[in-house]
Design a protein around this ligand. Sequence first.
Ligand code: ADP
Ligand code: MG
Ligand code: MG
Length: 249
Amino acid sequence: TATLELKGVVKRFGPAEIIRGVDLRVLRGERHALIGPNGAGKSTLFHLVSGHLRLSGGEIRLGGTRLDGRSPAAIARLGLARSFQITSIFGGMSVFENLRLAVLARRRRATVAWRLASAMTDAAEEAVARAEAVRLRPRLDTPAADLAYAEQRALELALTLALDPGVVLLDEPTAGMSAEEAAATVDLIRRTTEGRTLLVVEHDMDIVFRLCDRISVLVNGRVVATDAPAAIASNPDVRTAYLGDAVDA
Ligand code: ADP
Ligand code: MG
Ligand code: MG
């Protein structure tokens, strides 16, 4: 069954129709990649799902609940998180402090009755565990601003997951990384999103194949194919549509 479902989604910027009737079903627990040439509308689609842009038409549901028309904060509370939105990385604060803040923010919402002292202790433990999960434990006391680029992306991922979302949207999580950093990041994403639903925009096809169970191809604002990776790879229409972008990826 689909947990995230888009039906006939349209987005116009003035006269330009950028998203042109997108149907997309992301199944519960699957890792779903959204690929397509530059300018196809992938990021715009993410903005629509997360509530950062208003739809021009169609509807979006999460587990049956209408998402369109809700604020980004309300959508996050319903269990859908995307990396940039939570990325209040505070540069002057340490990795530990950033993570503890995110954990406390979630817990304040979830358990109003908690006593603050015990919440702080548990939040500290959870913050350390979450740093450990993305291999940032050695950097716990480092100001976030002093982290290397790939480490900042790892912290972003940990902060996103600190919301404990059922559905995670990641837009180009390995962009700007070396091959080694990208491979390590894929491994992190696999482990930390276990049991969650993942929708990820990624240009590197090797990474898409290692990370995802199903792939949807967005071309010119329309989903032209959704299938298993092997079927997508051998689909001649997809190869034609994607070739131009794979070169500069
Ligand atoms: P992708 O992420 O697939 O590379 P985008 O979603 O970023 O593509 O952009 C899709 C198209 O929508 C591009 O042609 C872009 O110029 C256009 N676009 C995106 N945001 C806006 C906006 N706010 N106003 C007008 N055009 C936009
Ligand atoms: Mg792009
Ligand atoms: Mg984009």
